[in-house]
Design a protein around this ligand. Structure first.
Ligand code: ATP
Ligand code: MG
Ligand code: MG
Ligand code: MG
Length: 577
């Protein structure tokens, strides 16, 4: 590729509304352009990165036996009504009507459509197992689109769906996908960690996320120093304390969120908008270590769920809440916890030191609420085990660094992560709701066992930059760089020797299958180097008359710009390969 035939459009400054490195750098490097909140154009340079990620994903999905297909972006609402998610999904689901007043959605995910496909196409046990994937645009009307490609509203996802005859086989399919994901993220060159995860609005009972480690990540994960144990702290929010899961005497009540005194008073207290149900309340405590030094306060009770602005107020984020804390009286604590003695126990707090945020927490806590993902309504008086299956997670809500790992091996460490992939075991949730069955050997209809598997293709690009950049720009891992090598001529038009050497090297590298770009724009060296350092091409070869006199060119790796090596021109291609 020659720069003159390509489109390079770099900026000195990032726009004021760009928050984090990846967003700023992708905009400055001319990779993406904002069209609307959370909606971006992939510019030619950015699209090359996206395609490289897609290719890795495609190769590994194919290798794992998944079959590529492509489902429509527009989906009829009927399918979502059948699965029950038309009501449940909330405002993230973009709904619209066609000219005949029929309801449609823009797909945030494709469980409904693939299940509808499967119930027509899969009839016999002989067709199983089978796994389909697509790489397709998704739309989620995120409440707070931000961070560029990382939390877009329109984004590119690889989503796959497995179909099996029974739970054991579905487990094998899940494992295959898990392994494929490990290979995919290893190949992208990212530092990642698979963690146990909540199943959220997709449903299902077993799930793992793939988290790219980065301080700017929106997720907090805990992992053990002594074993492979790792989990998303979000899990904590999915799990009420054991005592609350068992005891409620009330009948299940469906309560509208606006107008619920508990929800409204919690959100008013926190100064946050009430958009979804409040699931629980906050209680914070000052803590000291063995030596009596004070540690950051931590949340003792999980607060709120289902809405991202509220989710931010979670473990480790207490300082914002400091005003208005007071010590709870013993009577208040007993009133709140008296019937649930196990509750304070695992937390290991001295009740005298528990601070209650306002007096509200005491009132709210006695009444467990779920259904935060449902817009406008929640359920009160839920009994886990009776109304929902018992969650199987470890209770992580109160962990701090140094706590023992739930698997008994080693201690926990915390770190921030970016969720780039997610694998779910779905069971028969969708197949039962939508009547997707196959005939077994005896000719009896059985519900299909399903799994679903997502990768945020466009988010991976952002996550890669969060992990790999410096003050000059992006440092792409080779496997997903827009170009692997840039040739920078010193006087492409002026010097025939330079031009000839560059052309030859370019053709040689291209023939060898290297993704090379020759910068024939005839720019001054300073701005030319600055462009490529910003764009983040991993290898640079500078060709000038001075070096050529000795038959040499200069090689620099993007990771160590200070280190310049002279390489013989005839060896340059081999040097890079
Ligand atoms: P998050 O917790 O970040 O909102 P999610 O759990 O809602 O993500 P999934 O339903 O698991 O997302 O979708 C599969 C993958 O799609 C995610 O692992 C992530 O990589 C990607 N993804 C989800 N939402 C977005 C988004 N708004 N922008 C970019 N990628 C996204
Ligand atoms: Mg989400
Ligand atoms: Mg998530
Ligand atoms: Mg997820």
């Amino acid at each position: 590729m020659r720069a003159q035939q390509f489109f390079i459009s770099t900026l000195k400054e990032a726009p004021a509304d760009a928050d984090i490195a990846s967003q700023k750098l992708m905009i400055r490097a001319g990779m993406i352009k904002k069209l609307a909140a959370g909606v971006y154009t992939y510019m030619p340079m950015g699209l090359r990165v996206i395609r490289k990620i897609e290719n890795i994903v495609r190769e590994e999905m194919d290798r794992a036996g998944s079959i590529e297909m492509l489902m429509p972006i527009v989906q009829p609402a009927e399918l979502w009504k059948e699965s029950g998610r038309w009501e449940k999904y909330g405002p993230e689901l973009l709904r619209f009507k066609d000219r005949h007043d029929r309801d449609f959605v823009i797909q945030p995910t494709s469980e409904e459509v693939i299940t509808d496909f499967a119930r027509q196409e899969i009839t016999s046990w002989r067709q199983l197992p089978v796994n389909f994937y697509q790489i397709q645009t998704k739309f989620r009307d995120e409440r707070r689109p931000r961070f560029g490609l990382m939390r877009g509203r329109e984004f590119i996802m690889k989503d796959a769906y497995s179909f099996d005859r029974d739970a054991q086989k579905a487990g094998e399919s899940y494992k295959k996908m898990f392994d494929a994901y490990c290979r995919i993220f290893s190949r992208t060159g990212l530092v990642f960690r698979p963690v146990a995860a909540d199943t959220g609005s997709i449903g299902g009972s077993r799930s793992n996320e793939f988290q790219v480690i980065a301080d700017t990540g929106e997720d907090l994960i805990a992992y053990s120093t002594g074993s492979g144990y790792a989990a998303n702290i979000e899990l904590a929010e999915a799990l009420p304390p054991a005592a609350e899961r068992q005891a409620p005497k009330e009948t299940l009540q469906k309560v509208p969120t606006p107008g619920c005194d508990k929800c409204e008073s919690v959100t008013a207290l926190l100064g946050l908008p009430l958009t979804r149900s409040v699931k629980s309340v906050v209680l914070a405590a000052d803590r000291t270590d063995e030596a009596g030094r004070s540690l950051p306060a931590r949340i003792v009770l999980v607060l709120l769920r289902g809405d991202h602005s509220l989710n931010e107020v979670k473990v480790g984020k207490l300082p914002e809440l400091k005003d208005g804390f007071r010590f709870a009286t013993e009577a208040e604590i007993l009133e709140a916890f008296g019937s649930k003695p196990g509750y304070l126990g695992p937390v290991g707090l001295d009740p005298q030191k528990v601070k209650v945020y306002g007096d509200l927490s005491v009132r709210c806590m006695s009444d467990f609420v779920v259904g935060a993902n449902e817009e406008g309504f929640h359920l009160r008086g839920v009994n886990f085990g009776r109304d929902f299956p018992e969650p199987q997670f470890a209770d992580l809500r109160n962990v701090v660094e140094g706590d023992p790992s739930p698997d008994g091996q080693g201690t926990l460490k915390l770190q921030r992560g970016i969720e780039v992939g997610h694998v779910f075991y779905l069971g028969t949730k969708y197949s039962s709701a939508m009547g997707a069955t196959y005939l077994d050997e005896q000719g009896h209809p059985q519900p299909l066992e399903m799994g679903c598997y997502g990768i945020g293709i466009s988010r991976v690009a952002g996550a890669a930059i969060e992990q790999n950049h410096d003050d000059k720009g992006i440092i792409w891992p080779e496997a997903i760089a827009p170009f692997e090598v840039v040739i920078c001529p010193m006087g492409y038009r002026r010097s025939e020797a330079v031009r000839e050497a560059c052309d030859r090297l370019h053709d040689e590298l291209q023939k060898a299958g290297v993704d090379v770009i020759l910068d024939d724009r005839d720019m001054r060296p300073g701005p030319m180097f600055a462009d490529w350092e910003l764009i983040g091409v991993p290898h640079r070869i500078v060709v000038g008359d001075r070096g050529l006199k000795n038959g040499e060119v200069e090689y620099t790796s993007r990771r160590s710009l200070d280190k310049r090596e002279m390489v013989r021109l005839e060896n340059a291609a081999a040097f890079i390969l």
